[in-house]
Design a protein around this ligand. Structure first.
Ligand code: 5AD
Ligand code: SF4
Length: 439
């Protein structure tokens, strides 16, 4: 069967911000090929599912999504499965789901136009090469941006935490070059971005010769028109002196650090191969607080790692209470085939995981609400990012990544405004704009 070349596309992203970034770059590439984003997703000629493999349900969701792509009249779009499920499952996907025409890994999506042409000739394609950073040189220039933009600076991971698939799906740690990143950051700002979030599976492992992420942030700080810099996700072992110092002396670097710890128990951290301890993690937080007293912390947690006892879990709870996270992500351990932890003895029953996750999340939600309450009555800067549900309402972010709703006649997306915080909910704040700080 041959297919007409697609005129419309839709991209569905799962998982982390790295996928959001990759999805944007794919969209730019399709636009450069003369394709348009489908208004009606259900009738798009090409559907890209940009998948995540980090936990079980994510992959299952993809298979059920593929099943739904067949239409009542028997036709179907060209279906491309991209991202980490593609990398991990490879040709198995097309065997399990005959609707799938293209399986493309996260390092090979710049080849999508050629792959689509191959599908047009009636063939199916699998491309799971991990050729380093080739794709970045082959993608078209950045196009119009929202007020906030992502910039992938680093990919892959060498840490091999025993529960995690990322080192297998995204490959070894590899950094994009200094000059190329500064050019892309400038292009993003020229295209309208006011805030750039630097991304990487291990973003703080970014390096180019002697330069580390702290040095990169110091150079980006000099870009006129850029107001805010953030970065995620970091590993405790890569928090260099220079990066910690940047939190004290780079004003554009927002006072927010997402630093996953996973567990508060040294025994479990060792079994996870995290190569940091509870104390060394807490010491890093102290050092960042020392240079930036108003820093807010966020983290990732896994409950029910194999062998986790009640006592181990209590160590996690006490670490959470001690830190007072502004927000955090927490997950039940999910055994991923091929990872060392999947074969460990003493897998934890799901009921035990459920109970622990509930207790942990109750604490994290309470801490987030307390953090938000603390901003009540204060004045803060908000970067307006998107329209709200009410007429004249805009939603933006505080420096601490809190969502702030403002009724803002006369203001626009992309404005940085000074706001009095008048109301605090568990997940977001309301505020009244005082004046425009910068256009
Ligand atoms: N099970 C549960 N959570 C996991 N994560 C990574 N792998 C697993 C797994 N096998 C979580 C970690 C990581 C976040 C991105 O996802 O907390 O920091
Ligand atoms: Fe996975 Fe650990 Fe690497 Fe994070 S640091 S991506 S959890 S292996």
């Amino acid at each position: 069967m041959s297919t007409d070349s697609p005129k419309t596309y839709t991209i569905k992203n799962y998982g982390c911000q790295m996928n959001v970034y990759d999805g944007e770059r794919m969209a730019e590439m399709f636009a450069a090929q003369g394709m348009a984003e489908a208004d009606d997703k259900a009738s798009a000629d090409l559907v890209v599912l940009n998948t995540c493999h980090i936990r079980e349900k994510a992959a299952e969701k993809v298979y059920s999504e593929i099943g739904r792509l067949r239409r009542k009249d028997g036709t179907k779009p060209i279906v491309a499965v991209a991202g980490c499920v593609a990398q991990a499952e490879g040709g198995e996907i097309s065997r399990r789901a005959p609707e799938v025409d293209i399986v493309v890994g996260p390092q090979a999506y710049h080849n999508l136009p050629d792959m689509i042409a191959t599908v047009g000739r009636g063939e199916r394609v699998v491309d799971l090469d991990l050729p380093g950073l080739d794709k970045f040189a082959k993608l078209p220039a950045r196009r119009k941006q929202n007020a906030t933009a992502f910039l992938t600076v680093q990919e892959g991971c060498d840490k091999f935490c025993t529960y995690c698939v990322v080192p297998y799906t995204r490959g070894a740690e590899i950094s994009r070059g200094w000059a190329e990143l500064i050019d892309e950051a400038k292009a993003l700002v020229d295209a309208g971005a006011k805030e750039i979030t630097l991304l990487g599976q291990n973003v703080n492992a970014w390096a180019d010769g002697e330069q580390d992420l702290g040095s990169l942030i110091r150079v980006l700080d000099k870009i006129d028109g850029l107001h805010r810099i953030r970065y995620m996700t970091s590993h405790p072992n890569d928090m260099t002196d220079s990066l910690i110092a940047a939190h004290g002396d780079v004003e554009k670097l927002m006072p927010f650090l997402h630093l996953p710890v996973q567990s508060g128990s040294d025994r479990i951290l060792k079994a996870m191969n995290r190569s940091h301890s509870r104390d060394s993690y807490l010491h890093i937080l102290d050092r960042v607080r020392a240079v930036r007293p108003d820093i807010a912390f966020s983290g990732d947690f896994i409950v029910g790692f194999p062998g986790e006892t009640d006592a181990d879990f209590e160590h996690t709870m006490s670490l959470v209470r001690e830190t007072g996270y502004a927000q955090a992500y927490s997950f039940k351990y999910s055994a991923r085939p091929g990872t060392p932890a999947a074969d460990m003895a003493d897998q934890i029953p799901v009921e035990v995981m459920d109970e622990r996750l509930q207790r942990l999340q109750a604490q994290l939600v309470a801490d987030q609400a307390a953090f938000n309450r603390n901003t009540l009555g204060k004045t803060t800067e908000v970067l307006l990012e998107r329209p709200g549900k009410l007429a004249g309402q805009l939603i933006g972010k505080s420096p601490w990544l809190q969502s702030v709703h403002v009724l803002a006649p006369g203001l626009s997306i992309g404005d940085v405004v000074t706001v009095d915080i008048t109301d605090s909910g568990p997940l977001s704040l309301k505020g009244e704009p005082k004046m425009r700080a910068a256009a």
